[in-house]
Structures are given as C-alpha cells and as structure tokens.
Write a protein that binds this ligand. Structure first.
Ligand SMILES: *Cc1c(COP(=O)(O)O)cnc(C)c1O
Length: 233
C-alpha cells in the first residue's frame, strides 16, 4: 500500500468512528509519528497534507526537524530526559510527555531563557503498567497545582498510552478514564485555562480512542509505515 492509500484508509476509519460517536472529523488532528521512517518519507507525509509530525527521540528527529521545520507542527511524544530539554524546547511546538516536576523545572528554565511559553500535555499512566511512564491518575491534580510556579509551561491537555491489546475494544476503559479525569480537572478550580487536548490512540486502537474523545491521535505504523533507516544518527 502507498502512503496515499494508507491515509485514505485511516481517514475512512476516522470518519466512521466520528459517525458512531457523534463527533466532528474537524475536532480530531492526526499526528503522523515518523520515528520509524526517513526524512524523505516524513516529507511525503507532509505533502499528503498531514502537517503534524510526532517524534520520540531527539537524535533521530534532529535531521527531520532541521529539514522540515516551518513545514509542519512538531510534537515531542517520547519520554524527555532533562539533559535533552535544551535541544527540544524552542524547536518542538508541543511536549506530550510532561510527567515529573524536575522536567517541568528544566522546561520552565529553558523557556525563560528563550522567552517563550511551552504548550505541554501531562502524560498519565492510566493502565498502571510498570513499563509505562506517566503520572498516576491521582497525582495529576497535585501536579497541576505544583505547576503554577512554572509559569512558562502552559498545560493544555493529557496524554496516555493504552496497553497493546489484540482486541482494541479492551482499551476503551483507559481512554474513557483519561477523558473523565480531564473533565473533572476542568470542573475543579485549579486551572487558569481548561485542558482542551486528549492525546490518545495509536495504530492499534485509534478508532476506540476517537469514540472516547481523543483530539489528537498519534499514528505511526498504520499511516506512515516502517522502514529500515540508514541515515541520521
Ligand atoms: C511510536 C509511538 C506512537 C505510534 O505508534 P504506532 O503504534 O506505530 O502507531 C504513538 N505514540 C507514542 C508515544 C509512540 O512512542
């Protein structure tokens, strides 16, 4: 299948999920996760009209950012080490993986130096899997309160990764819980601005995530495929 065909397929599935759940297609943004592919393929994705790019490691994404910045919105979706903050902040438009105060402090300090605000999503480990990063659901509210002092960080939403399930339907409770958490936080009095984004749903489970309220789906394999990459670092 070509990229064009895969995109058409994904669009059909998104459309159907929107119809099933009474949502508008325009409320959902596809983030093409290009971590498995070359700069050329990432460029082709943009030419197909998907202008949001997701990457999870700075060294791998560097050549893509250097070639394609200005043509796409860049999302940093992987776990971010504090010592990579200086590379990523000021380049990527969104960070989806804020999950600890030491990272918040590093992002804030870097942002202050650059005199910018940084839009961040809090990564939440809804499923409680040991292998997954993220705040426990009940840590999110105190974390948001603690973030008040880092005024260069703008919390705009929540992100989660569901466990891989051979039956995608089984991921539904994870996505539903993230949405419920977001709605509860928005009703509490702790936020200056509401959390609007829910970054949830990957190749295996994005249709369920959309039915449960995802505003950003992060699609790698199903959309851009996988390649042997020989270039880059
Ligand atoms: C790799 C990755 C994705 C995309 O994975 P696919 O299953 O290939 O769609 C999405 N989100 C994160 C955080 C990732 O690391």
């Amino acid at each position: 299948m070509t990229l064009h065909d895969r995109l058409r397929d994904v669009e059909n599935k998104l459309e159907q999920a929107c119809i099933r759940s009474g949502r508008q297609r325009s409320d959902i943004q596809i983030i093409a996760v290009t971590k498995y592919v070359s700069v050329q393929t990432a460029q082709a994705v943009i030419q197909e009209g998907v202008t949001h790019i997701g990457e999870n490691r700075w060294p791998d994404s560097k050549p893509k950012w250097e070639t394609l910045n200005g043509q796409a919105v860049f999302h940093y979706i992987g776990s971010l080490q504090t010592n990579k903050v200086k590379d990523v902040i000021g380049k990527f438009d969104y960070v989806h993986s804020l999950d600890r105060l030491s990272l918040a402090e590093a992002i804030h300090n870097r942002a202050q130096l650059l005199d910018i605000q940084v839009d961040c999503l809090l990564q939440v480990n809804v499923s409680g899997e040991q292998s997954k990063h993220g705040l426990a659901p009940d840590e999110v509210k105190p974390f948001l309160i603690a973030l008040h002092k880092y005024d260069r960080i703008r919390p705009i939403g929540l992100m989660t990764m569901a466990p891989f399930e051979s039956e995608p339907e089984e991921t539904r409770p994870v996505f539903r819980a993230l949405r419920k958490l977001r709605d509860e936080l928005n009703e509490s009095a702790i936020l200056k601005e509401p959390l609007t984004e829910l970054s949830m749903g990957m190749s295996n489970d994005f249709e369920v995530a959309v039915e449960e309220g995802a505003t950003w789906v992060r699609l790698g394999t199903v959309l851009v495929g996988k390649e042997e990459i020989e270039e880059g670092l």
